[in-house]
Design a binder for this molecule. Sequence first.
Ligand SMILES: [Zn+2]
Length: 90
Amino acid sequence: MRELLDRLEAKWDSDDYRMVRFTNAPKQVNHSWAANLIASVPPKQVTKRVVWCDGGSGPEGHPRVYINLDKPGDHSCGYCGLRFEKTNNH
Ligand SMILES: [Zn+2]
């Protein structure tokens, strides 16, 4: 994960021509990476073998996808990264 974030952060050398934009203010980098934010959401515990995720419906959501939870562990949505885990209490 850290390696991925390093690549996304776009570290520029001090003589990079794009640094001309930052002559009167330092370059600012957003450290609230979406990958970190979605990883901080705990997996949703469900009792069904198959769940669907649409990312919250409406204009902020994504097409509904069905996720099979037969294999142990948590399973993440391919669109938004929300995780689901089947509990064995049925
Ligand atoms: Zn989703």
